[in-house]
Design a protein around this ligand. Sequence first.
Ligand code: AGP
Length: 591
Amino acid sequence: MMCGIIGCISGENCYEKLLSSLARLEYRGYDSAGVCLLSEEGVLRVRKKKGYVSNLAGKRLAGGAGIGHTRWATHGKPSDENAHPHLCGKFALVHNGIIENYAALKEELLAAGEVFLSETDSEVVVRLLSHAYRGDFLGAVREVCARLSGSYALAVLCSDFPGEIVAARKGSPLVAGAAKGALYVCSDVPALCGEAEFLCPVEDGEFVVLSDAVRIYDAQGRQVERAFSRVKSEQRAASVAEGTFMQSEIAQIPRALRDTLAGLEDTDFAPCARALRGAKRVWCAACGTAYHAALSFADLLAEEGFCDVFCSTSSEFRYKTPLIGEKDVFVAVSQSGETADTLEAARLAKSRGAYLIGITNVADSSLSRLVHFNIAMRAGPEIAVAATKSYNAQLVCLFYLAAQMLFFKRGAVPGWAGEMVSLPEKAEECFRTFGQMSALAAKLRAAKGMFFLGRNADLPTALEGALKVREIACLFAEGYPAGELKHGSLALVEEGFPVLALSTREALFSKTENALAEVRARGAYAVLLSQSEEVLSRSCADCKVLLPQVCAPLMPVLSVLPLQYFACRMSLLRGMDPDKPRNLAKSVTVE
Ligand code: AGP
């Protein structure tokens, strides 16, 4: 499951702290929520409901130790019964992940006379705990975890141990936190940042005991010394300055670019110089929006003739990598640094001896700790499920990396690298298109679907524009290479069908215009985005959007901005919440 878990020990207001942490986990996407508090007398009190975290508000639940959960349904529909925490005997448990052998374990428990109250895989874990328990809380959790296959982050209460929480991690993210008078475990750094002052990552296979302090144990039960680091300012929880998080995050793009560029300037790339100089091949893997950023990077390196570059969605990577090995560089791109498919792809590349570079927005994320060299985007917390500012920041990191690679190989940075410094200001200039994009969204709000077209470097941007519209406006939208339409998809174009085309590469202006002419001849409503006034003035498009000028290789950082804003307006005009798209979660921590 892509759920969020929280555990908190607190001198006072544990219930309130749990609810506010759960509200911070909301952005990950969920369909039900719950909390359980353990009082000093050893009484477990639970409240869990289908729907929003706000449904949990009501009479305060007493207790100084508590666990909470936001559930994204996989095993069993969203319902009060399937919501976590799950209880059995002296135990209450919240779980993020998937227990792959749950069916066999459930059969065993049913045969032993257990009665299940939910359809979840997680309930088997709490029932196994109840069976395994002989007075040793941590021992029981370790014993049960040894029987689980799949992935999990667990937080557990036991009524014999008021003031204690045991947590465990394998494959699903978990971080420990501390503040004055409170200790935490949580799935997610951003969700903890408003509460905890110090953070400490929990590694796979480790167990955490929260009581008077945070204690971490390895799989063999030996206590592990682990340093806590102070929460950095860029990790602090975000707030909405305008309307929705997505609107705010689009407005923050210039700042995200400025901060990311400043961070890159301070980054010492020398440790990866040897690997980059000697790179035989470059492989990139990422998911969704991050994949589109990786595609742009691969295009740029290929255009520069760096070496063979292969780009794949992380979920397909393992089937397409017969050749990856030593002397290869593997670049993993992930805003959260916790996407399970991308982590798996990175582990595979590492096992083959490739040199791993990660690009993440979350310090201390699983990916940043897995790779040989991590490049931090400094986009700030991204709360809206739809990625916006992190995409622009990813592109900047990837293009900067490409410039470093070219420098290490050829002894000189490419000419376009010098123009990167102008990107924040140019991104601000892009805001001028928003009035036009808003009017366009109003005109197209009732459309049944739309195409986004681009050739070469504009194709990843077209794919990203389409993904944004699908994701938050719940509208069929597809991105295509402009030259591909007549090979099949043109059949869908009819009177009034919207087609949005990007044309930022001079050599391809006329070819993209040809594609627009083809769709327009079939009645399409054509929109063209370009930085060339001449191309726009000559175009047959019904709506023409002028982009700011920047050298061609950097255009993708800017040309996507009007599309991000357009998707957000479409979502709002269609009565949706762009921050919480249907069926989707921010952090996809299962394969
Ligand atoms: C983007 O709008 C999506 N929410 C999604 O495609 C996202 O980019 C993808 O799940 C990858 O996430 P990551 O960058 O955290 O790995």
